[in-house]
Design a protein around this ligand. Structure first.
Ligand code: ADP
Length: 245
């Protein structure tokens, strides 16, 4: 399994109402990278994550996760959705949400036990949300919900993590907590793919980057490709202007 890239996307085209929002994307994500997906609003970043997860059907192309279709590899993939994108219309505590992350490793009949509860409490502590464990998820702020989702992804013990703007609207302390967790995941050999907006932090936070604007502009190591040329091609404006916004 390990010889295969974590994610392999070939000729992927996705359209909404016949309007292509991703066009003929070829993308290889090697195992073990901490990768940012950057691009302007509407570039198709969230759509790319959803296409990898099979939430959206492409009109052409394929996505492979360690060489197989996503549905065969579901357990290997942890997903942290965009803040505020989940509507909670039933009462569930923060701890319940994290415990759900352990279900994939249990059989159909087994219920989560003490080990799962302990792991879930540890994960909540790691993201600084232990004090909120009994709070209903719908009664948490968007940033706090985001941290609970991160804790859920941690207990899931996935191999690949897909995160849609985990830093969106969080305070500085939370941002540091999140990036430390992402770096720890990479240290443990995980592959982490993050939709990211803040261009200034890309070189500090990530080792791999994909520039996207409907088409793939470039992908590779940050030190090699995070430059004026690719930023200008992606954002259509001068790099220094883009980085100051
Ligand atoms: P990004 O994450 O880069 O901001 P998205 O992937 O969310 O971009 O959206 C890409 C394009 O697809 C945008 O033009 C957006 O308006 C459009 N889009 C996203 N979701 C839908 C949808 N459910 N129906 C129709 N158009 C959509």
């Amino acid at each position: 399994m390990k010889e295969q890239p974590a994610i392999q996307i070939d000729d992927l085209t996705v359209a909404y109402n016949y309007k292509p929002v991703l066009w003929d994307i070829d993308l290889t994500v090697p195992e073990g990278v901490l990768m940012a997906i950057v691009g302007p609003n509407g570039a198709g970043k969230s759509t790319l994550i959803k296409a990898i997860l099979g939430i959206i059907d492409p009109i052409a192309g394929s996505v492979r996760v360690f060489g197989k279709a996503y549905k065969e590899q579901r357990k290997l993939v942890g997903y942290v959705p965009q803040k505020g994108s989940v509507d909670w219309d039933f009462p569930t505590t923060a701890l319940d949400v994290v415990m759900m992350g352990t279900y994939g490793r249990l059989g159909w009949i087994k219920r989560p036990g003490n080990d799962q509860k302990k792991a879930s409490l540890e994960a909540l502590e790691k993201v600084g949300m232990l004090a909120f464990k009994n709070r209903q998820i719908s009664h948490l702020s968007g940033g706090q919900q985001q941290r609970v989702f991160l804790a859920r992804a941690l207990v899931q013990d996935a191999t690949i993590y897909l995160m849609d703007e985990p830093f969106q609207g969080v305070d500085a302390t939370t941002e540091i907590a999140i990036i430390n967790i992402l770096k720890e995941l990479r240290k443990r050999g995980k592959t982490v793919v993050v939709v990211h907006h803040d261009l200034q932090t890309v070189p500090e936070y990530f080792d791999w980057v994909t520039f996207l604007n409907v088409k793939k502009i470039a992908t590779g190591p940050v030190k090699d490709i995070f430059n004026d040329d690719n930023l200008t091609k992606t954002y259509g404006i001068n790099y220094k202007v883009a980085i100051n916004n």
